[in-house]
Ligand binder design. Structure first.
Ligand code: NAX
Ligand code: ADP
Ligand code: K
Length: 495
């Protein structure tokens, strides 16, 4: 399991750890890891040109000490100090001792004869660099970059230099993944002690590039419950149902699919296609698309009566392609088994009816559907996904899976939010959400909690999307067909 902790928790943990360590030890661990990552990216350190962007806090201190290490190995290291009088003094002294220099403001006072002053010199240094280290701000950052820092970030983006962010790309919100204004775009982010939520949630995630975690000994100080969890293969493998000798189709769970309409029969077929690959022992279908479903998937138990009279199911999926059939949604919500509500069903579901349910409810909106339920714009939801997934879960008293480039799953009762990043933008294709709802419903029917069913389904669905697309467009039915391959991959890694 990959976990991420909030800034407040990281600060508390760091304080506890620092109290037991010699002064400055933590920063040295961070700087050593950072320098090693930079060296790895440079390939050859000796003779390379490195520019450090140094803010006024400890994030700048990390950059200065790492710069000193690189300078000792023969790199030409120049530091740009955003606030020369407040730059980390010991870090700066270490850099100068190691043969590094200062460019731009402050150069004349601290850099000695070798110093070059002026904006032109700074830009030139960045444009000629092999590597730019972003130590402008870390977890102490508030809001987007200020104008002087934004200018440096723009120059780094223009340069052919690789950009390494220290702890976080400066300008992104560590706790939420929101980006307000300008931020550094990194090729690599070297983060310390633990991931921060912003490194795993879009839009900030996209600024971080690849992320490397440096162990500074913080693990023992972090609480059990993280702010964010990202399941890995082994975690998902533990969740996947495996039939045993005593299993029969009913004991494995029956999932009911109430989906599709005369206008959208395909949604029913796709939801069933996902459900058949999700581990339930049988898939029951109710709705007007029975013929389309049975002709594609003859193993489906098709009923032409409503959900209440369709026979036993352990979980329902309602909504994909449902059109305006509010009564079916209401009927399903009245069933005392886990229910997944997707697509049209989200709009048709009565909030009080969802809140009144005692069995688990899993809602699976994309950003546009979530926005409509919340009464805000789609851009607002996309810009602050963590905030809004929690808000929706709390308003409906349900587990909410917010789809998108990083899918988030939040429980109404709080606790760690799950994030899934196995997907690919190729999954943004009509009907792939229907496949996901069937798959997640099937996992619900086999006994997983709403949080686990949603996260395991998103994980498998994302992998299946990758396998199906493999760099070329794929249809939703291809994604469904690739679920068994994703399942085997996950299961094999779990052994
Ligand atoms: N606390 C610790 O034990 C450790 C901290 N480390 C580093 O220390 C960092 C945190 O250091 P700090 O608490 O000093 O905070 P930061 O260095 O992240 O930032 C604080 C400074 O940045 C300025 N600032 C805030 N928002 C800004 C913005 N939008 N644009 C420009 N400037 C802005 C503030 O005025 C403040 O002076 C971590 O991210 C990590 O890199 C590491 O050395 C590991 C150990
Ligand atoms: N940019 C993206 N990167 C990764 N996955 C994405 C991206 N955009 C959409 N997806 C995924 O594709 C699926 C699309 O679902 P949805 O929007 O409900 O489509 P539909 O309603 O057509 O079925 C979701 O699983 C979502 O997480
Ligand atoms: K940074």
């Amino acid at each position: 399991m990959r976990t991420a902790y909030s800034v407040e928790t990281v600060r508390t943990a760091e304080r506890a750890l620092m109290a037991r360590l010699p002064e400055g030890a933590l920063m040295q661990r961070a700087a050593a890891g950072l320098a090693a990552a930079c060296a790895g990216l440079l390939g050859r350190v000796y003779g390379s040109r490195v520019v450090l962007l140094v803010g006024s806090g400890d994030n700048g201190g990390d950059a200065l000490y790492a710069g000193a290490r690189l300078a000792r190995r023969g790199a030409g290291v120049a530091a740009v100090l955003l606030a020369p009088e407040r730059a980390h003094a010991a870090g700066l002294a270490a850099l100068l001792r190691a043969g590094g220099r200062v460019v731009g403001a402050g150069a004349d006072t601290v850099g000695g004869a070798a110093a070059a002053a002026g904006v032109g010199a700074v830009e030139e240094a960045i444009l000629r660099a092999d590597l730019v280290v972003d130590g402008i701000v870390g977890i102490g950052g508030k809001g987007g970059l200020r104008p002087d820092a934004a200018q440096l970030a723009a120059c780094a983006a223009e340069s052919r230099a690789a950009v390494v962010a220290v702890d976080l790309p400066s300008g992104v919100d560590a706790d939420t993944g929101e980006v307000h204004g300008d931020a550094v775009r990194a090729d690599l982010t070297v983060t310390f002690g633990t991931h921060k939520p912003g490194l795993l949630i879009d839009p900030a995630r996209a600024y971080a590039g690849s992320v490397r975690l440096v162990d500074i000994g913080l693990d023992g100080e972090l609480p059990d419950e993280a702010a964010l969890e990202a399941l890995q293969h082994a975690d998902v493998a533990r969740l996947l149902p495996v039939p045993g000798a005593e299993s029969d189709k009913y004991r494995r769970g029956v999932v009911g699919i109430a989906a599709g309409s005369a206008r959208y029969p395909g949604a029913a077929v796709l939801a069933v296609s996902g459900a058949l690959r999700g581990g339930a022992g049988a898939v029951r279908y109710v709705g007007p698309a029975g013929d389309a479903v049975i002709s594609r998937f003859p193993e489906t138990l098709v009923s032409d009566r409503g959900p209440k009279h369709a026979g036993r199911v352990q979980a329902w999926v309602v909504g994909p392609g449902a059109g305006d059939d509010a009564s079916t949604v209401a009927e399903v919500l009245a069933c005392d088994v886990p229910v997944l509500v997707d697509a049209d069903g989200l709009r048709l579901a009565d909030r009080d009816a969802v809140r009144a349910r005692t069995a688990p409810t899993l809602m699976t909106p994309h950003a546009g559907e979530a926005a409509a339920l919340l009464g805000v714009s789609r851009e607002t939801v996309e810009g602050a996904r963590l905030t809004w997934v929690r808000e929706l879960a709390s308003r409906y008293g349900a587990t909410v899976l917010l789809k998108g480039s990083t899918t988030l799953i939040a429980d109404a009762r709080g606790g760690a939010v799950r994030v899934n990043a196995t997907g690919t933008p190729w999954l943004a294709t009509a009907g792939s959400g229907d496949v996901l709802s069937g798959l997640a419903g099937s996992l619900l029917a086999s006994g997983l909690s709403a949080l686990d069913a949603g996260s395991a389904a998103a994980y498998l669905h994302g992998l299946a999307g990758r396998y199906a697309a493999d760099g070329a467009p794929a249809g939703a039915h291809d994604v469904a067909a690739a679920i068994p391959e994703a399942w085997r991959d996950v299961r094999d890694a779990g052994h």
